[in-house]
Design a protein around this ligand. Sequence first.
Ligand code: ADQ
Length: 479
Amino acid sequence: MSRLVVVSNRTADPRNTAAGGLAVAVRESLQQTGGLWFGWSGKVAEEGSEDRGAARTNEPHLQTVGNVTLATLDLSQEDHETYYLGYANAVLWPVFHYRLDLANFDARFAAGYRRVNQLFARKLLPLLRPNDTIWVHDYHLIPLAAELRAMGCRNRIGFFLHIPMPPPLIMAAIPEHGWLTRCLFAYDLVGFQSEADVMHFSHHVESEAWAQTLSRDCIRAFDRTLRIGAYPIGIDVDDFIRLAEADEAREMFSRIRDEYSRRRLLLGVDRLDYSKGLPQRVHAFRELLERYPETRNLATLIQIAAPSREDVDAYGELRRHMDSLCGAINGDHGELDWMPVRYIHRNIARRRLPGLYRASHVALITPLRDGMNLVAKEFIAAQDPADPGMLVLSRFAGAAEQLKEALLVNPYDTHGTAQAIHHALTMPLDERINRHKALLDRIRKFDVLWWSSSFLRALHEVERDDVEVASDALCPSYQ
Ligand code: ADQ
C-alpha cells in the first residue's frame, strides 16, 4: 500500500482539536491512513541571527505524533514577506476571491513564491519513497508538482484548491497566470470545491492554452492529460454531533439560551476576512430592524470574528470598518436592555462552538465569495433535529451548490438578505424540520471521509502514460 504524503502551507498537530478548516479535514484523512505531513512551521528565521537565507539551508524539523510524521521548515524573513504575505495573501487570495481591487502585483512576490515552492520541493524530495502518493493543498503551493517533477519525482501527485477558482477574465489579470495554469498540468489530478470552479478552470485553459476537453473530467494541454473534478469538502458529522453533546457545548448552550431567553439569536462565525461579507451582513441586519419593527428589541446578532492575517493592510481596515458599523447600529437602535449586535473579535474554543450554534435560531453565512464554508455544515450538524435553527447562506459560497434547502441569498442585495432573515425567523417548525433533515442527510453523505477517499481513489485511478514529459515543459519560467 502506498503511503500518503500531505503538503500544505501550514501543518497542525493531529492531536490538536482546536484547529479549523483545512487543518481539521487534512487531519481526518491522515489519521485514517497514517503518513507524512509536510509544511511551513509558522516560524520566521530571525534576521541577523544567521544569514538571511538561513531557513533555506535548514533541514525539516521532524516530529512523530501517532501514525503521522510532521516535517516542518522555517521561512526566512524575505520569503515570509514575498511568498506568504505577498503572493499568497496579497495576490492569489484576493484575485481568487474576485477582489482585483485589493491585489498587489509586485514582481518580488512572484519570485518569492517560486523560491519557496522550490525550497519545499528540494526539502521534501529526500523524504519521499517511490510508492508514496502526494496530496498538495491549496493556493500557496500551485507550482510544487512542477518543481518536484523538474527534480525527477515521478510519484502520483494530486492538488486540491480550497478556495474558489475565478472566472477566466479575472484569472487573466494575474501577470503570471499562464505559468500558474501550466504548473497545474504537472499534477495527475486537480480537485476543486464545486462544479462552478471546474467550469471556470476548463474555460480558462480552453481559452488561454487551447486545451482540449476530452471528457467531463479530462482535459489535455501542454502535452499532458489532466484529470479534474469537483470534490466538495465536508466535515466529520458524527464527531461534530459528539462534540455538540459533550459537557462544554451543553454548558455553552444553556448559558446562551438563559442569557438571551427573550431574544431571537442570529449568529455569524467567521475569520475576519473581506471575503466573508461581514459589513454587508451588518447592513442587512440593520435593514431587518428598520423594515420589520417587530424584530426590534428581539433579534440579536452575535458575530464572532476570529483575528486573521493582521499584518496584511486590508485586514486592519476591515477591522476598523466593522468596529464602527457595529458601534453605529448599537448607538442608533440599542435600548438600555437590548444591544442589537454583539461583535466579538476573538477565536472561540472549538469545543464550545456547537453549543453556540445550537442556541442560535438563524445562522448568517453570507460570504461574498467562499471556496466552501465549513461553518455552514457545522451549524447544520449541531442543530436539534426536533427544533432546528435555519441557515441563511450566500449563493456565492461553494456550499450553496450542495445546500439547496438553506435560504440562499445574494449578500450584495441588502433588502433581499433582510427579507430572507425575516423568513428564517418566522419559518414554521415543520418546514424547518424538513429542510434540516434534507441538509443533514446531504452533509452526512458527503462528509470529510467521502471527500478524502473519493479524491484519493480518483488519484490512484489516473492512467499515467505521459509522466515522462520534458521537465522544462512542466516547470516553465514565469517571466
Ligand atoms: P476558511 O476560510 O478558514 O477556510 P471555513 O471553511 O469557514 O473557512 O472554516 C473555518 C473553520 O474555522 C471552521 O471549522 C470554523 O469552525 C472555524 N472558525 C471560524 N471562525 C472561528 C472563530 N471565530 N472561532 C473559532 N473557530 C472558528 C478555507 C476556505 C473555505 C473552505 C475551507 C476548507 O476559505 O472556503 O471551506 O478552507 O476547505
